[in-house]
Design a protein around this ligand. Sequence first.
Ligand code: NAG
Ligand code: NAG
Ligand code: ZN
Ligand code: ZN
Length: 444
Amino acid sequence: MDFSKWVPLISTIYVLFSLTLTLLNCNLNPEELAEIPINFLNLAKRPEILDWMVGVRRKLHENPELGFEEFETSKLIRHELDKMGIPYKYPIAVTGFVGFIGTGKPPFVAIRADMDALAMQESVEWEHKSKVEGKMHGCGHDAHVAMLLGAAKLLQEHRHDLQGTVILVFQPAEEGGGGAKIMTETGILENVAAIFGLHVSTRFPIGAVASRSGSILAGSGCFEAIINGKGGHAALPQHTIDPILAASNVIVSLQYLVSREADPLDSQVVTVAQFQGGNAFNVIPDSATIGGTFRAFSEEGLMGLKRRIEEVITRQAAVHKCNATVNFDDKPFFPVTVNNEQLHQYFRNVARDMLGERNILEMKPIMGSEDFSFFAKVIPGYFYYVGMQNETGERLHPGHSPFFTVNEEVLPYGAALHASLAMRYLLEYQPKSASSNVISHDEL
Ligand SMILES: *[C@@H]1O[C@H](CO)[C@@H](O)[C@H](O)[C@H]1NC(C)=O
Ligand SMILES: *[C@@H]1O[C@H](CO)[C@@H](O)[C@H](O)[C@H]1NC(C)=O
Ligand SMILES: [Zn+2]
Ligand SMILES: [Zn+2]
């Protein structure tokens, strides 16, 4: 792609902005802006970039690492950034880091990838199957890393056309660990105007993207409870306090929270997914343990569920003369993922220019959660899905399935979307005031 013809124009616009202190909508005409995503996609599909992304993704797939243990993953990515001459700040949140491309000055815009794998055994037999027993990139985060690296390459090659700074966010521990929470606490988003994140999806066709404005993913929390009774002979229940029966009634009582207490039009979930107790058919154990997750689309909804889950467990256990302790501290609560309305419109424009109107799908909210929500809580954020289902190819298994596979043809789409969203954002949303130039990231 040849951006050189834009450079004089862009420079003029930039001077104009500094002088007039206006914001929004640069003077590149719509056709010129529309060329950016098209050209990036064509570039990303070229073998020298595509094959390299595929190579990175397969290497990561063979060597999956769990949350906060992504040391080799992080090293591999940083090595690739070194080769491109992209500076970064490492470490942030154990294995995470941020890279910088552009002027080093505002505006700042961030694009993010998660790096962690899942504690599960891969069942797909292929050349690049996971080499680590019990660990698998079963959610596609290996592809997310390859896409963000692809975007880094596209942007670095056109760094002189960037009217600001792109921040590459490589985060650890998305799968329950809340790596994004720790990263935001270190202040990486200070002065950053917007952040974009994506997820590969088997629900949508290749070449299509899907998202929505407002709440897209639920907030979530998890709990564990130990229900204590008094063990004894299974044939002499009168000498025992049975924690298994108490736990069973607790589980049933928890079902009423969503079916009777929640507004039917306000989606919530309470699921007990763990139940442990007893080792022998003829011994009533001392205790039983249950655990699960709860979801809601508001902070109040989530906190309300938390309070009632604790009450129902302790009081229902007490009905059976048991004591219960409830623990919510195992993992951080994930906030609701809320897509900024203006960014939704902006995303639709950029994606439409790249993929065509019919490939921009509007989706309903889903009860899953994403720790991208921690970023989107601090600054305007936007999260979207990139389809990878090939209608003529074999049907892909969904994320978290041991048979999950990535259609690697999706990689150029993710890379080009990341790069286009970042570059055009810097062109279209210049800061209000030239004095804002004094703001900068001290990391730079
Ligand atoms: C429950 O706790 C009370 C007060 O600590 C104690 O007296 C009782 O024995 C406990 N019951 C069980 C079943 O653990
Ligand atoms: C779908 O898969 C077939 C067979 O692998 C391939 O030839 C084709 O290019 C793919 N289509 C898209 C849109 O990726
Ligand atoms: Zn996942
Ligand atoms: Zn994921």
